[in-house]
Ligand binder design. Sequence first.
Ligand SMILES: [Zn+2]
Length: 428
Amino acid sequence: MELRVLGGAREVGRSAILVDDSLLLDFGLLTAEPPQYPVATPTPDAVVVSHGHLDHVGAIPSLLSGSNRPSIHWTPPTRELALTLARDTLKLHGHSPHCPFTENDVKRVTEVSETHGYRESFAAAGYEVTFYNAGHIPGSAHVLVDDGETRLLYTGDFHVDETAAADPPAGFDAGEPPIGQRLVAGSTARPDADVVLCESTYSDVDHEPRAAVEHRFAQSVKTTLWEGGTVVVPAFAIGRTQELLLICEQHDIPCYVDGMGKRVTEMLRQYPEYVRDADALRRAKSHARFVTGRDGQRKRIADQPAAIVTTSGMLSGGPAMTYIPEIRANPVNKVTLTGYQVEGTPGRELLETGRAEIDGRVMPVSAGVEGYDFSAHADHDGLRRVLDAYDDAEILVNHGDRCGAFAAELREDGYDASAPELGATYSV
Ligand SMILES: [Zn+2]
């Protein structure tokens, strides 16, 4: 089996791995100005997609812009998310020369799409392929590729639940939920494999126990609401928005939801078997008030003692751009960032300097600014626990800022591990 990493090698974003020139795993987009694509656009016989985040599916429609018509394989939620993101990309960049696909290409995606559930093996480009729950977002999958001789496990992005041994914070019992994400159960499947291509986003981080993060977040938001303040909760549309709505319902925090996360929440309700607790998601959805944005509604909401869960997660667009200027001057108010803030984004700037550039204007923010790690990726301990099952396999480390260092750590512990270079070909 020959692997060529066209994106996501020693970086995060634009994930793309070509197997034997015929099977493509993911084809993502790196969000930047202008957006970056994988280093080559192949003409595969089939495409298999791990999950519906932009950095794994964002460039898929461009594979159909010529005469090539590869079949595209994914879980039902991944298909829906990929199409939602593609239409959003057209809306944002459709007129720009940097947009690599057209409305027609997106339509063709629906024509070649084939959906599969977890643990239902299927044939793609002559390989036997099987999805396993990766615990990252609804529909996310570990992808097992078997050519009859070599079994490749492409982990995609994944999350694992904490072990019961994690120190519970005050007010929580050991083993009591949450021991992971509320939205999706963590990855547990460890299918046999000869080669593991493993993500490593948080290979140098140990996450604070989930219960503690949730507890601090809920206390902080409630305190602000008691004081009559408003809390803006920037969150990614896919996964994070629903996680925050589940947390708000659980902790009885009155909340609004705005931005693309509304549509994604509605959509995920149709796939109950891909979430941890479909009933909880139903309750969370009816607990949250959906913002229409009509007749100055956002300005009125920004005066209310409530949490507003809204895109974008790093303050680079979306209705958050309306809410932040409205609430920024009052120190009773708060902005609670809910995920990693990439260098150069307004969210990162706000966290570090207390100022944010909104619509080209730099604004000081007197409202409180806090950051919470509601990560959907395994941390160092989680990565090592998964790789424990693969100490005989060849490990290739990708999707991280320090792939080389993590591969070196694994080698020191007896693994056959390395970090592929962007664009290079490897025989496994
Ligand atoms: Zn992801």
